[in-house]
Ligand binder design. Structure first.
Ligand code: MN
Ligand code: MN
Length: 261
């Protein structure tokens, strides 16, 4: 088994700043720094097991449809996928592809925001709404969100409506146990991290996770991981490449978890 790393350079779903389309390259460039080695924490040499592929070519004007088609074509038994966003709107077409392939899975979303708007700024397909679409279409068997610290009344209602397990940041502690019944797809929005650790995002929200806490949540997942995405790095507002390095570290530990469970 190996993990394939696929870039999805799409930021057309962003409601505020563009720039996350530049993220896949920035993360790839930070994967193997000259000062480090190629092992992840659980003891696997990722130079052999993590295949760094390039960016998907998306059809202009039908980007979400082409993400679904190309991810569907990339799903096969010999590898698991980690997708590099891009903004969070990409998770909806990705999960349509997983569902269409016959996969059944729970979803863990690590994010400052629930992304459950029925519609936002006149669209139902921006990065503010992917998890509303995912739950409407029953793409996931269950959705657990952790790190949330921006719930408004509408999104609280949406969370109840779709039966989402929303673990707000104010109630989370390192002792919080998150168990899954099915294999899990992990979607990591880098704004879940505190801006002290990940300043290079379009919607920084103080009061978030440390890098260690996010890695620990990944390492404690009790079921196989079927796939994952790391989204919302915006290199145009990053400082000294710090957030790209954090994203690359999270990708490596995700790959380690995917290969060892
Ligand atoms: Mn977010
Ligand atoms: Mn998000």
């Amino acid at each position: 088994m190996r993990v394939d790393l696929l870039g999805i350079p799409f930021d057309g779903g962003s409601s505020y700043l563009r720039g996350s389309a530049l993220a896949p390259k920035a993360i790839r460039d930070s994967l193997w720094p000259e000062w480090g080695n190629s092992y992840c924490e659980v003891g696997l040499d990722l130079k052999e097991r993590l295949h760094v592929l390039g960016d998907l070519e998306l059809d202009i004007g039908r980007e979400l449809e082409s993400i679904e088609e190309k991810i569907f074509d990339s799903l096969h038994l010999k590898s698991k996928l980690i997708m590099l966003g891009g903004d969070h709107s990409i998770t909806y077409p990705i999960l349509r592809a997983y569902k269409r392939s016959g996969c059944s899975f729970d979803v863990l979303q690590i994010d400052a925001h629930p992304d459950l708007y029925d519609s936002f700024q006149g669209t139902r397909y921006s990065h503010a709404s992917p998890f509303a679409r995912i739950m409407e279409e029953s793409l996931a068997s269950s959705l657990t969100q952790v790190g949330i610290r921006t719930l408004n009344l509408h999104q609280r209602e949406q969370s109840l409506r779709y039966g989402v397990r929303t673990i707000e940041m104010m109630e989370w502690s390192p002792m919080t146990e998150i168990h899954f019944k099915n294999p899990v797809y992990v979607s990591i929005d880098l704004d879940a991290l505190d801006p002290a650790f990940a300043p290079g995002v379009s919607h920084p929200e103080p009061g978030g996770f440390t890098v260690r806490e996010v890695i620990s949540i990944i390492q404690k997942i009790n079921v196989p991981i079927v796939g994952a995405d790391v989204v919302e790095l915006n290199p145009t507002v990053d400082t000294s490449n710090a957030t790209a390095l954090v994203a690359a570290k999270i990708v490596k530990e995700l790959a380690g978890a995917m290969l060892s469970k």
